[in-house]
Design a protein around this ligand. Structure first.
Ligand code: NFE
Length: 463
C-alpha cells in the first residue's frame, strides 16, 4: 500500500484491531485511498466446543465477550432448541427479550460515552483522559466539560442497566439463566417491581442526555454526516420476538442504500478465507460446514477474521442496519447516522422494557423440559448490539461435533474476499480526509462508529 499509515492497536474498542490505510492527496485533500483491517488474534472458540455437552455452548460462548455475552447465551439456546424443535414458554420469550434489550442498552451507552466521545471532545488534562492525541477537537471547553460529566453519569447508568438485567438473569455478564427450553428464573412480583424502578431511570437518561448529546456532537461535526458511507448494504437477522410471528426489529436486507427490503435466506451466507489466516482447503463454506483451521503465516492473508458474505457480497450490520430495515431511521448512511440510529434504537428498547415487564406472568413457568437429540443439527440467527449474530451446530453421539459462530464484527470488520471486495469498514474508510498523519483521529471516528468488537470476532490468543 502506498504511503501507508498504521494504527495498531485501535484503542477504545473490545480486543485488538490493526488498521492500515494508504493516504494520498487527491484533488488537493490528503485522504484515505485504501484500507485494510486486521483482527490480530486467533479465533478458536469453535474448536474448544467440539466434544463438549451441547448444553455447555450457552455458557461457554458467552465467554467470547464481556460486552455481548447475553446474545450468545440466547442464540446458543435457540440453536440447541432448533435441533429438536423445542418451544419455549411466553415468560421465557419475554425474559430473554428483556435481558437482551438491557444488554443492547448498556452496550450502546457505553459505546457512545466511553468508546467514541473522546474522538470528538477533549477530556480533562489528567489521567485517565491523558495521554490524548492533539487532534481537531472543536467542541469548546464548557460543552466538553458538560459531555464529560455525562460520561461519568453514563458509567452509573451502565451499572444500573446491568443490575436491572441481573434481577432476572442472576448476574451480568455471563448469566447462567440461558438454557435450551427457556430461562432459569420464574418472575416474581417483587423482581418486576424492582426492575420498574431501573427502567424509569434508564429511559430518562437515554431521552434527556444520550440522544441530545449524540445530536449535539453530530451538529458540531457536520462533515461526518457525509463521511464513512461504506457498502450501503445492510442486513439484520431480526430480534425481540413479540410472540405473534413478528419481531420488534424484523429481519431483512437492503442493497446500496435502497429502501426496498429483501428477505434474508440463511443458505446464502458463506465465509471466505482467502485473505484470512485460515486453511484454504475449505473456501466459501456455509457456516454449517465451516472449518476453523489456522494457517499462519499465509501468503496474501492479513487478518484472523474470516470474511462472511451474503450472496457473495459484503453487508454492514448493526443498529443503523436494524433501524433502516425496520423503517425507524432512514436519514442517511454515515458516521453520524450510525451514532444517531444507535441512540434512537436505545430509546425504542428502553420504552419496550415496561411492556415486557407487564407481559410477564407472575409465578408462571419460564421453562419447558427439553432434551436435545443425540444426533442432529441446529442453527439460530438473532441480533447482538453490533448486529447480525448466528450460531450453527451439529451434535453427534450426544456431543458437539461441529460449531460455528459468525458475529456482527466479523461482517463489519471483515477483510477482502475471494473477489477482492473489501469489508464494510474497509470500504467506509476510503475517502476519509486525514489532516495530520501523526494523529489520524478521522480514521478512528469512522472505525469507532461501527463499534467493532474484536474479542467477539476472534476468540483466543493461543491454539
Ligand atoms: Ni464483543 Fe459482540 C456484539 C457479538 S461483536 S460485542 O454486539 O456477537 O461483533
Amino acid at each position: 500500500m502506498a504511503n501507508l499509515l498504521v494504527v495498531d492497536p485501535v484503542t477504545r474498542l473490545e480486543g485488538h484491531l490493526r488498521v492500515e490505510v494508504g493516504v494520498e492527496t487527491v484533488g488537493g485533500v490528503q485522504q484515505v485511498v485504501e484500507a485494510r483491517l486486521a483482527g490480530t488474534s486467533f479465533r478458536g472458540f469453535e474448536r474448544l466446543l467440539e466434544g463438549r455437552a451441547p448444553a455447555e455452548a450457552a455458557h461457554l460462548t458467552q465467554r467470547i465477550c464481556g460486552v455481548c455475552s447475553v446474545p450468545h447465551g440466547v442464540v446458543a439456546s435457540m440453536a440447541l432448541e432448533a435441533t429438536g424443535g423445542a418451544q419455549i414458554p411466553t415468560n421465557a420469550r419475554i425474559l430473554r427479550n428483556f435481558v437482551l434489550a438491557a444488554n443492547f442498552l448498556q452496550s450502546h451507552i457505553l459505546h457512545f460515552y466511553h468508546l467514541s466521545l473522546l474522538d470528538f471532545a477533549a477530556g480533562p488534562d489528567s489521567p485517565p483522559w491523558t495521554p490524548a492525541w492533539k487532534a481537531d477537537l472543536r467542541i469548546g471547553p464548557e460543552d466538553s466539560a458538560r459531555l464529560i460529566e455525562h460520561y461519568k453519569q453514563a458509567l452509573g447508568i451502565v451499572r444500573q442497566v446491568n443490575e436491572m438485567a441481573a434481577i432476572f438473569a442472576g448476574r451480568q455478564p455471563h448469566s447462567p439463566a440461558f438454557i435450551a427450553g427457556g430461562f432459569t428464573q420464574i418472575p416474581t412480583r417483587e423482581a418486576i417491581e424492582q426492575a420498574k424502578v431501573y427502567v424509569k431511570a434508564i429511559a430518562e437518561f437515554v431521552r434527556s442526555l444520550y440522544i441530545p448529546d449524540v445530536d449535539f456532537v453530530a451538529n458540531q461535526y457536520p462533515e461526518y454526516g457525509k463521511l464513512g458511507r461504506g457498502t450501503g448494504n445492510f442486513m439484520s437477522f431480526g430480534v425481540f420476538d413479540l410472540g405473534d410471528r413478528t419481531s420488534l426489529f424484523g429481519p431483512g436486507r437492503i442493497s446500496d442504500g435502497s429502501t426496498e427490503i429483501q428477505p434474508v435466506d440463511p443458505q446464502a451466507i458463506r465465509e471466505t478465507v482467502v485473505r484470512s489466516w485460515f486453511e484454504d482447503s475449505a473456501p466459501n463454506r456455509h457456516p454449517s460446514e465451516g472449518v476453523t483451521q489456522a494457517a499462519y503465516p499465509k501468503e496474501g492473508a492479513y487478518s484472523w477474521l474470516k470474511a462472511p458474505r451474503y450472496d457473495g457480497r459484503p453487508y454492514e450490520t448493526g443498529p443503523l442496519a436494524r433501524m433502516w430495515i425496520a423503517g425507524r431511521y432512514r436519514t442517511g448512511i454515515s458516521v453520524n447516522d450510525r451514532h444517531k440510529a444507535r441512540a434512537r434504537e436505545s430509546l425504542i428498547l428502553a420504552e419496550a422494557l415496561s411492556g415486557w415487564l407487564a407481559g410477564l406472568e407472575v409465578g408462571g413457568t419460564a421453562y419447558t423440559a427439553y432434551t436435545p437429540p443425540v444426533d442432529g443439527t441446529g442453527a439460530a440467527l438473532t441480533e447482538a448490539p453490533r448486529g447480525a449474530l448466528g450460531h450453527w451446530l451439529r451434535i453427534t453421539g450426544g456431543k458437539i461435533a461441529h460449531y460455528q459462530i459468525i458475529t456482527p464484527t466479523c461482517w463489519n470488520a471483515s477483510p477482502r474476499d475471494d473477489a477482492n471486495q473489501p469489508g464494510p469498514i474497509e470500504q467506509a474508510l476510503v475517502g476519509t480526509p486525514v489532516q495530520d498523519r501523526e494523529h489520524p483521529v478521522e480514521v478512528l471516528r469512522v472505525v469507532h462508529a461501527f463499534d467493532p468488537c474484536l474479542a467477539c470476532a476472534v476468540h483466543a490468543l493461543r491454539i
